[in-house]
Design a protein around this ligand. Structure first.
Ligand code: SF4
Length: 261
């Protein structure tokens, strides 16, 4: 079933769903809408609950023992000078979200708005990311943690240099150790390639279950790319549903051969 709220998020994304005339409901209806499936949803219906909203478990209360470690790590990042990016940044951008979230979204690096506000994904691309995540029941205030590979903005939003990634990646590793997410979503080429140690393009990395250590990792497009190429939003939406299915299937058969069923 597709809730009215979820439909509104998909509308905001510019993703049109195929709605049967027979099942369409007037816009004024407040109750949950009838099932409306994209062709991809219809295919996946045989292996997963079609169009089902993400079953979002309550976030466990913060581990009291971990709180000082989170705080120490944050302070370390904010005063870090391990690479030259500290000379040009306004501030370090640590990450945002509950410290016990099941999902970890990893992007590339802060942009201008993030550098100014000290939070990842807060510009136009961040708003799109938030809308996409909300469409599957995720929200940075309650059940998804968002961070970047680089904690400081590269000047002019250039690609991170390998030595910058090498210097900064240990911070993300420590965030992952503290968070212990069930699933990682790498958004964009830089994040995916940095985390997976590959130079393969996103188009070849998506639709598969990779692993970062023991943690399943799914790859999708960066929302900034989707803003430039809105025709790719549908693929990103398929990726999110795939990630949702992987997360829901953990403990059953996720990660068997690493490919979409
Ligand atoms: S990018 Fe990372 S390693 Fe470089 S200064 Fe910022 S926090 Fe330190």
């Amino acid at each position: 079933m597709l809730s009215r709220r979820r439909q509104q998020y998909l509308d905001a994304l510019g993703i049109d769903l195929w709605v049967s005339r027979a099942t369409a409901v007037p816009p004024a209806a407040d109750a949950a809408s009838p099932a409306v499936l994209t062709p991809g949803e219809a295919r996946s219906a045989r292996v997963a609950a079609p169009g089902a909203p993400l079953s979002v478990p309550p976030v466990a209360p913060p581990d009291a023992d971990a709180q000082p470690l989170w705080q120490a790590l944050r302070e370390e990042v904010l005063k870090c000078a391990k690479c030259p990016l500290h000379l040009t940044r306004t501030q370090g951008v640590f990450g945002v979200g509950p410290p016990r979230a099941d999902w970890l979204v990893v992007g590339e690096a802060p942009g201008a708005e993030e550098d100014k506000r000290g939070e990842p994904f807060v510009g136009a691309a961040g708003q799109l990311l938030d809308a996409m995540l909300r469409a599957i029941g995720l929200d940075r205030t309650s059940n998804v943690y968002i961070a970047n590979v680089l904690k400081s903005r590269p000047p002019g939003n250039r690609d991170p240099k390998p030595e910058e990634v090498s210097a900064c990646l240990p911070y993300l590793r420590r965030q992952i150790d503290l968070l212990q997410p069930k699933l990682m979503l790498a958004v964009g080429r830089i994040a995916a390639q940095s985390l997976l140690g590959t130079d393969a393009p996103v188009g070849r990395l998506r639709s598969k279950v990779h692993h970062f250590g023991a943690i399943p990792l799914v790859v999708t497009y960066h929302p900034a790319y989707l803003l430039r190429s809105p025709g790719e939003k549908r693929k990103a939406w398929e990726d999110l549903k795939f990630a949702r299915d992987v997360c829901q299937g953990l403990g059953q058969d996720a990660g068997s051969d690493g490919h979409r069923a």
